[in-house]
Unconditional design. Structure first.
Length: 385
């Protein structure tokens, strides 16, 4: 079977790329190992979606179909240092309607999945797993576990940080573990959050509360491994008390509505994100620390830019042409490197330490908070990412 583009991986980035190609003349295949299973209640995996990516998903025909009752706009942000520092952002102060949207991963994946299932130029192979990948001058061949072969002008790896496709293509990646667990859970709150996101840089990690629809929040606690395992071992009442106390009881008492889960945090850099007939997107191309909330936003922007490159190419140019793909790589390089460097540096800066560094880093937060022009520049960058 012949295709212009074969996407390996039906996560958010892979599905978004497929949906973004729906109006193109390209023939597309999507290979996914299993049909997604969606939770009955609230999903503990929650993302902050930038306005730029909300517009991208809208253009892909997805955003307008999401359940608005399960989405929450971020109207304000409070960032607290570990020694009195504070940085505040406001949508109103920046002249925008919202800083971000908070919504569940499964909410987006469900709508993206239904969108691509109906897509006229897409063939879905699910459940199916890749078993072999070979390259020839004029095409790449992906062999599936059931023996079928897919010939493609371009293979796109969208199968996560431990990408089989990236490895099979001989493309390398460097992993730097943070020795932290990202502990996630959702809570009902006693007091209204009023669309405010909170973040605390603490001696025991970085704690974030993201506002969910209603009086609910999603927690992400990036904690040292021992601390993370301790949080996961707490009974529900003790975890609620611990998280509420860590946030200074800002939203009153908390009640757990999804069981906590933990995942190891690591930085991943791929020196190359393209090769002849190959492109990497999403976590297959890069990962970052969750303190910035930009992980999936980077993946969506990968999908947007690659889709634009493929849709805008001249008709005589091959989808897998390396010169074409390098245009995608160059377009994404600066933003990815900037966010990886900034988040990694912030993680290092706020590690527990003694001496004058705590005072200096908290002074930096307060100084930035006192400079409206600098704050507005930071907001504008985040809105466009």
């Amino acid at each position: 079977m012949d295709f212009d583009v074969v996407i390996v991986g039906g996560g958010l980035a892979g599905l978004a790329l497929a949906a973004a190609l729906r109006r193109s003349s390209l023939s597309v295949a999507l290979v996914e190992g299993s049909v997604p299973v969606f939770p009955d209640g609230w999903d503990s995996r929650v993302y902050a979606i930038s306005p730029a990516n909300a517009r991208f998903l809208d253009a892909a025909g997805v955003w307008q179909h999401l359940d608005a009752g399960r989405m929450e706009a971020v109207r304000a942000m409070e960032i607290h240092g570990d020694a009195g520092g504070r940085l505040d952002f406001s949508a109103y102060g920046s002249g925008v309607s919202e800083l971000a949207w908070i919504l569940e991963s499964s909410l987006m994946q469900r709508e993206l999945w239904e969108t691509v299932k109906r897509q006229g130029n897409l063939t879905l192979f699910c459940p199916a797993s890749p078993q072999a990948l070979a390259f020839a001058p004029d095409a790449a061949r992906l062999t599936l576990d059931d023996g079928r072969s897919l010939d493609a002008r371009l293979i796109v790896a969208a199968d996560g940080a431990d990408s089989w496709t990236r490895s099979a293509a001989g493309m390398v990646a460097r992993f730097d573990p943070y020795d932290q667990l990202g502990v996630v859970a959702n809570f009902a709150t006693e007091l209204p959050h009023r669309g405010t996101a909170f973040q605390w840089f603490r001696h025991d990690g970085i704690l974030a509360w993201l506002p969910l629809a209603g009086n609910r929040i999603s927690m992400v606690w990036s904690a040292p491994e021992n601390q993370g395992r301790e949080l996961l071992a707490l009974d529900h009442a003790a975890l609620c008390a611990r998280v509420a106390d860590a946030g200074g009881l800002r939203l009153g008492a908390l009640q757990l509505i999804t069981a906590p889960a933990g995942f190891p945090l690591r930085l991943m850099r791929a020196p190359q994100t393209v090769a002849p007939r190959m492109a990497l997107i999403g976590d297959a191309a890069h990962t970052i620390h969750p303190l910035s909330g930009h992980g999936i936003n980077l993946g969506f922007q990968d999908a947007r830019v690659l889709a634009a490159v493929l849709c805008d190419k001249p008709g005589h140019v091959d989808c897998g042409d390396l010169a074409l793909l390098r245009g995608y790589e160059r377009a994404r390089m600066e933003e990815v490197m900037t966010l990886q460097t900034v988040t990694d540096s912030l993680h290092d800066l706020f590690r527990p330490t003694t001496g004058s560094l705590p005072r200096l880093r908290n002074f930096g937060l307060n100084l930035t908070n006192a400079l409206p022009v600098v704050k507005d520049l930071l907001v504008r960058y985040a809105l466009a990412s």
